[in-house]
Design a protein around this ligand. Sequence first.
Ligand code: DON
Length: 309
Amino acid sequence: MPDLDRIVRDIADEMRGRTDRGEVASYIPELARVDPGAFGIVVIDRDGAVASGGDSEAPFSIQSISKVFTLTLALGMVGDRLWKRVGREPSGSPFNSVVQLEYERGVPRNPFINAGAIAVTDVILSGHQPREALGEIVRFMQFLAQDTSIAIDEAVAASEQRTGFRNAALASYMKSFGVIDNPVDYTLGVYFHHCAIAMSCRQLAMAGRYLAHSGRHPGTGLSVVPPERARRINAIMLTCGHYDGSGEFAYRVGLPGKSGVGGGILAIAPGRASIAVWSPGLDASGNSHLGRIALETLTKRMGWSIFGV
Ligand code: DON
C-alpha cells in the first residue's frame, strides 16, 4: 500500500519549490491580491483520515468550484427538469465564452461554464429572495463541511459585481431567450456571491466527500443525494469540470474534478477519497497550474486514476 501521508507531504514540498506557477487571475481585481506562492493539499479517505500538506487551512475563493454544489442543490429542487435549461456536454470553449450561446439559442452547454452556472443559480433563486437563496447555499456548504465558520468573502463578491460585465452579457442574453426567470441583477448577485465563498482545502475536501461515497456523507452518515445522482455529477465533473482543459485533466489526472479561478480544484477518487488542492497561479484555460500537477502526481503514485494504473 502506498503511504498516503508521505506522498501528500512530498507533493507539498515539491510544489513549494517550483517556480512555474502560472498567472493569478486578475479580471476579478480582488483575486489579484492573493499570494502566488501559496500551495495547499488535503486528502480525506473513506474512514475520515485526513492527509494534508502546505497551506491546507488557509481560506481561498472557491469561485467555480461552488458550481458543483449549486448543481447538487438545483437537482434536488427540480430534478431532471433542470436539463431543459442547461445541457450536459463538454463545451470545448473558455469558461466565459459568449459565442456558443448564440448558436445554441441561449441554452448553455453544461452547468459548469459560466452561462450554465448562472442558469442553475436562477433555478435556485426562483421563489426566494436573493438573500434566502444565498443563505441556503452557504448553509449547504457549512453542513457538508461540518463547519459553521464558512462564509462569503464580501470584498471578492463586490469586486466581481463591479467588473463582471461578461457574466452580465451572458445572463442578459439568456434572459432574452427565456432561460433566466428572475431579474438578471438578482440572479447575477446570487451567482457572484456564491462564487465568493471562502474555504480552506480541508473544508472543501470535507464538503466533497458525498461525491466520493455514492452520495452518502460518511462524516454524518446522512444521504446527501441518491447514488445515481452522485455518479452523474462526477461524470459531468470529469467531462466539463475544467472547461476547454477537461480533456487534458482527464488525460493527466484521470479523476472527476472541478476548478475555480481562485486556484482551487476539488477532485473525487470514487470509493476512495475526496481531495482539495489550491495554488492560485492559473494555466491558459483558467485552471490551477500546480494544482493539476499535484493531482497528477497523487493519482499516479496512489494508482487512483479511474482509468487504471
Ligand atoms: O464568473 C466568473 O468568472 C467567476 N466567478 C468564476 C469563474 C471560474 O472560477 C472559472 N474557473 N476556473
